[in-house]
Design a protein around this ligand. Structure first.
Ligand SMILES: Nc1ncnc2c1ncn2[C@@H]1O[C@H](COP(=O)(O)OP(=O)(O)OP(=O)(O)O)[C@@H](O)[C@H]1O
Ligand SMILES: [Mg+2]
Length: 273
């Protein structure tokens, strides 16, 4: 926040800035209760901010994930989904709002410090080192660890057997789906407490998408909550405990995956009817 020239200005009291109460999202029209995310395990709460000195991209935007859950963010291209993820990971000036991990305020921390705190992040693009081997990519993922990480690597090879097979091959020679496995594996090398994935199934066939979703569910079952952006909105909401529809940098709809799939407005506008 120190680079924010306006950091000391404006109202930073979340309970006032968010008329629904800090962390509480108004319910989607036609769906159940207002969603109380205030005490979620990881939350970007009422985030407003943009890139550098540019205009705000996010407007009072809240995304969150709780322990044992998969939370999915959907919305049109350019809605600010990746920007919201970057804000939670500390790659963006959050001019208003806060980011909290396990109850701790981390809004001012660098991305690397957030990794140390237990966040794993797979960005939408450039998420592997293409000229390095699969195994070197995983080793790079363990950069903050000083202990023996061979057990973690075997677990990742168990989860993604194809990576074991191709461990000595340059990651750039892998298929799209295999590259995404490398990227997720790399993020898991730090043994994160929470995993953030930006479009893990981008550009892969429907069959590979199903496989990746299965692996993601498997990771979630090991106790790592997952906050992910997905272009395949319908399929993603089917596996989502919570869902967020973002439009123009703001929360448009939120609810359980099931609620959103059943919401006529969400269906019509974002799920193709
Ligand atoms: N590095 C950047 N610098 C300045 N503006 C950016 C930058 N990255 C994104 N933007 C702008 O922020 C807005 C939201 O972009 P963002 O990438 O977050 O959308 P998205 O919802 O992830 O879209 P997509 O579905 O295409 O991935 C867009 O108007 C985009 O032009
Ligand atoms: Mg994006």
């Amino acid at each position: 926040m120190s680079s924010d020239p306006y950091g000391d200005r404006g109202n930073t009291d979340r309970s006032i800035a968010n008329p629904h109460g800090a962390g509480t999202l108004r319910p989607s029209p036609g769906t159940g209760q207002a969603m109380d995310t205030a005490s979620a395990f990881l939350i970007g709460d009422c985030m407003t901010g943009g890139y550098g000195k540019g205009p705000d991209i996010l407007h009072d935007c809240t995304i969150a994930v709780d322990k044992g859950e998969i939370a999915v963010i959907v919305g049109p291209n350019g809605a600010g989904k990746s920007t919201a993820m970057k804000a939670v990971f500390g790659m963006l000036d959050v001019r208003q709002g806060s980011v909290r991990l396990d109850g701790e305020e981390i809004t001012g921390l660098s991305p690397q410090d957030r990794v140390v705190k237990g966040m794993g992040f797979v960005p939408q693009t450039n998420n592997i080192f293409t000229s390095m081997t699969v195994e070197e990519n995983l080793e790079m993922g363990a950069f903050i660890r000083t202990d023996d990480f061979s057990d973690t690597m075997s677990q990742i090879y168990d989860l993604f057997p194809i990576l074991k097979e191709k461990r000595s091959q340059a990651a750039g020679e892998l298929s799209g789906g295999q590259r995404q496995q490398v990227a997720v594996g790399r993020a898991l090398m730090t043994r994160p407490k929470v995993l953030m994935l930006d479009e893990p199934t981008a550009g892969v066939s429907p069959i590979v998408m199903d496989e990746l979703f299965d692996r993601i569910i498997e990771v979630a079952r090991t106790g790592i909550p997952i906050l992910m952006v997905e272009q395949n909105a319908r399929q993603a909401l089917e596996i989502a405990d919570k869902g967020y529809v973002l439009v123009q940098g703001a929360n448009a709809y939120s609810g359980t995956g099931k609620d959103l799939l059943a919401d006529p407005d969400v269906r019509k506008s974002f799920l193709g009817g």
